[in-house]
Design a protein around this ligand. Sequence first.
Ligand code: AMP
Length: 494
Amino acid sequence: MTLFTDFGLAEPLLKALAAEGYEKPTPIQAQTIPLALEGRDVCGIAQTGTGKTAAFALPILNHLAKTPKPLPRKGCRVLVLSPTRELAGQIADSFRTYGRNLRVKTAVVFGGVNLPRQEREMATGVDVLVATPGRLLDLIDRRALSLRDVEILVLDEADQMLDLGFIHALKRIVTMLPKDRQSLFFSATMPKTISSLADDFLRNPAKVAVTPVATTAERVEQGVMFVSTGRKQPLLEILLRDPAIDRVLVFTRTKHGADKVVRGLEKAGISGAAIHGNKSQPARERALAAFRDGSCRVLVATDIAARGIDVEGVTHVINFDLPNVPESYVHRIGRTARAGAAGQAISFCNKEEKAFLSDIQKLTRQTVPVLPMPEGFAAGDLDADAPIPQRGGGRPQPHARGQKPQGHGASRQNDAQAERGPKRRRSRGGKPGGQAAGGQTANTQRSVQGRPGSGGAKPQGSAPRPVASTQPFRRQEGRSDGAQVAWLDKGPRR
Ligand code: AMP
C-alpha cells in the first residue's frame, strides 16, 4: 500500500497533507505523482472527485519547493488551465492548502471580474497561475502577461474545454508556451478529438487512468420517481420536508428552469439559490458560499455551473430534470459521494425523459430503482405532458462516447460565452463579492497563510439516511464492470 510519505515529497507538503488528514493517495494520485515527480508529461483520464487536483498540485509544489526562483515579472512558473471559474477557484484553493507551508504565490484569473485589477496583480508575477483560457488570452493580448517562463503546464478537464468551445484559445495558448516544459493533461473522457489535442500539448506522455464512472454510480444510492412535469415542483417541496436531506444539489436542464425552481421554493418558504451561467460572478460566489457554510440548504444548478463544484457533505442530488447526455447524470450524482463518502441521488422522470433514463441505465449498466411517491401525492398524468423542447432540436440521438449531441454542445457554448463576453460587461466596475468559491478568487497570496475555507474538503464517513417519505434505497447487486471498461477502452492505458 502506498502512503504519501513514500513519494519523497518535501516536508512542508507532507505536513500540509497530515493537517488535511490525508494519508493514503487516491488511485489517480498514486499513479500520477511518481511520474510527475520524475518530470514526465502525463496524460490522465480522471474526473473531478477522484483527487486529481492533488495529483498534479503536489508534484508541482514539490518542484517549486526544490527549485526556488524569483517571481517572473508579468509571468508565471506554473500555468493551470481550467474550463470554468468555479473549478479555477477550487484548484487555486487546493494549491494554497497543500502549499500553505511554502512560499508560493498563487493567483487565479477568470472572466467576469475586474480585468485591470488582475493586470496589476500579474505585474510582479506569480509562481502558480490558474486561469480560464478566455481571460488568460485577454491578459496576454493586453501585454499584462507572458507565458515565456512557464515550466509546468496543467490542462484540466480537457473534455469540458472542448465542450465549451475553447479549442481555438487552447491552440493559440500552446504556441506561446516554451517548448521545454512539463505538461500534465487531464480529461474525464478521451475520445479522438481530445487525444489529438493532447498530442499538441504533450511529449511522450505517461498514460494514467482511473475508473470513476462506475464506482461513482455504484457508491451513490439512486432512485427514480415517475412524475409529470407540472408535479415536479410540488414533489420537490414535499421531499425537502425531510430533514435527512441536509445539503442538496438540485439539477435542472436550463438556466431558466433553475430560476423557476428557486422561485417556487421561495414561495413554499424553502431557502434556495440558483447557480448558472447567467448569474453574475458575485451572485454565483454568494450562492456557493452560502451553500458551503450551510446557510443555504438547496442549491439549484445547471450542469455546466455545477461541474467541478466540490462542496463537502452534499447528502443528496436531485435531478429535477434528467440530462439528455447520460455522462452528465454520472457527473451530477458524483457531486454527492465525494472521495469515498456515500450519497443519494433521486431523479424525477416525466414521460419524455424515459428515453434519457434508458440511456443512463445503459451507460451505468444499472437499473435505477423506482421509488414510490410520498403518501397521498399524485404524480400527475405523464401522458398529458408536452414534449420537452430540445435546444438542438429533436430527441437525443445515440452518440458515441465522448461526442455530445448538437443541442447540448450549443448550450454549453452559451455558458462559455458567458465566461468570456457578457460577464465581463456585466461586472464592469464591480468587485467579486466576498468569499469566492471556497476562498479567494482573483487574489494573490504569498507566504505561509491560513487555511482557505474549503480547499481540502474531507470525505464524509457517515452512511446516508433514506428519504423518510420514500422507501429506503436499495443497492443494485451483481452489476458487471462492463460500463467502466467501455468508458476506459476509448482512452489510453498504461
Ligand atoms: P478532486 O478530484 O481533486 O476535486 O478531489 C476531490 C476531493 O477529494 C476533494 O475534496 C479533496 O480534498 C479530497 N481528497 C483529495 N485527495 C485525497 C486523499 N488522498 N484522501 C482523502 N481525500 C482526498
